[in-house]
Design a protein around this ligand. Structure first.
Ligand code: ZN
Length: 377
């Protein structure tokens, strides 16, 4: 008599019990830690509240949002958070954590509305690359990639690898190192570095403020300006780029633009675009600068350095272009290390250099904000 009853009970249990969780070791371990609250490597008290392993992500299946609206971060909040590797890595141990990380920062859409039936889609688990797709309800049942419309839609690289790539790239680590840590091939690493440099180029165009003008006391701000030459030796061919450089002496903010020629017709529009009226421009004696004082009815002050050998005249100690020359030396050294003599990539490497100089110290936050700005979701 007992055996059939037991079978009935077992069948009943197998229907009424929730399915067992997927065995996923790092996730379950973290879940255990999280249940005990904050945890350190030694199991003792942890000082940093940020290490509280909030990434023990609940399943997001069937939801209409990846994260609740109150977890969405604005650009200022992204910058405030100085994300360390210790804080980042645990968030990437499962796909839910990756998606939540990206959705919180508006790097992927947090929800999706089907443009055919106008219904909100839900997250459906799949075997495909990101683990989930958006799916609108019956009868429409259309599917949409989690990445659609985002910066990530151009790639099939695993999201956790992309996030790690962005982090290490922002930290300015060598590409070889990043590639090894992320675990991707040469071509993928090169592509992603190119994508990120393109973001820098776009961000400069959108965000870079002109130099110079007047300071708070009404004094003209000094901008040093000079043309530089970047040479490439490729066999017998000697080739190069002219680069216009300008730096705000006090703040160190600077601008470099590649130009075809260093004549007046090239120089004057750049000055008008990038130097505010009132700027005190100090340049070398190159002929293109000759009529600068009369440009735009004389809105600029202009002085010329006579000595070409970095000599600073004790009577005129402010009259030099050493700051802009120092910036150029720095840029040249760094770019030579990064791209050697690759002529075609030089402009985007230069943009990356400018971007890093122009943004604040939290480069990880800055590049994520630049991505969300250039690729709004
Ligand atoms: Zn639909």
């Amino acid at each position: 008599m007992g055996a059939p009853n037991l079978r009935v009970i077992l069948i009943f249990l197998s229907f009424s019990l929730p399915p067992p969780p997927r065995p996923f070791l790092p996730f379950s371990l973290i879940g255990m830690h999280a249940s005990r609250g904050r945890v350190g490597w030694d199991g003792g008290a942890e000082n940093s509240p940020n290490l509280g392993y909030k990434m023990a992500a609940p399943a997001i299946r069937h939801r209409i949002e990846i994260v609740p609206a109150n977890r969405l971060m604005n650009a200022a909040q992204v910058l405030q958070q100085n994300l360390t590797l210790l804080e980042l890595v645990p968030q990437l141990v499962n796909i839910e954590g990756c998606l939540q990380f990206l959705a919180e920062r508006a790097l992927i859409g947090n929800s999706w509305t089907c443009d055919v039936c106008q219904e909100r889609g839900r997250l459906q688990a799949t075997e495909a690359i990101d683990g989930f797709v958006w799916r609108c309800p019956p009868p429409c049942r259309r599917r949409k990639s989690i990445r659609q419309g985002s910066f990530f839609s151009k790639s099939h690289l695993d999201l956790k690898k992309i996030i790690m790539f962005i982090y290490l790239w922002a930290a300015d680590l060598p590409l070889k190192f990043i590639q090894a840590e992320v675990g991707c091939d040469d071509k993928t690493a090169t592509n992603w570095a190119n994508f990120l440099r393109d973001v820098c180029s776009e961000a400069i165009i959108v965000n870079m403020r002109p130099l110079g003008g007047f300071d708070d006391d009404g004094n003209p701000i000094i901008v040093e300006s000079k043309f530089f030459h970047r040479k490439y030796h490729r066999g017998a061919i000697r080739d190069g780029h002219w680069v216009f450089g300008a730096v705000e002496r006090e703040s160190g903010r600077f601008l470099m633009r590649i130009v075809e020629q260093r004549n007046r017709a090239t120089l004057e529009p750049i000055i008008q675009q990038w130097c505010l009226p009132g700027t005190h421009i100090i340049s070398d004696g190159w002929a293109a600068y000759r009529d600068l004082e009369n440009l735009n009815n004389g809105v600029y002050l202009h002085d010329v350095v006579v000595h070409e050998d970095n000599f600073v005249d004790p009577d005129l100690p402010w009259l030099h272009t050493n700051t802009v020359e120092g910036k150029w030396m720095h840029a040249k050294r760094k770019l030579r290390r990064q791209c050697g003599t690759t002529r075609d990539l030089f402009p985007t490497y230069l943009d990356e250099f400018l971007w890093r100089n122009d943004v604040g110290p939290n480069k990880v936050g800055e590049i994520m904000n630049a991505i969300r700005q250039i690729y709004p979701v």
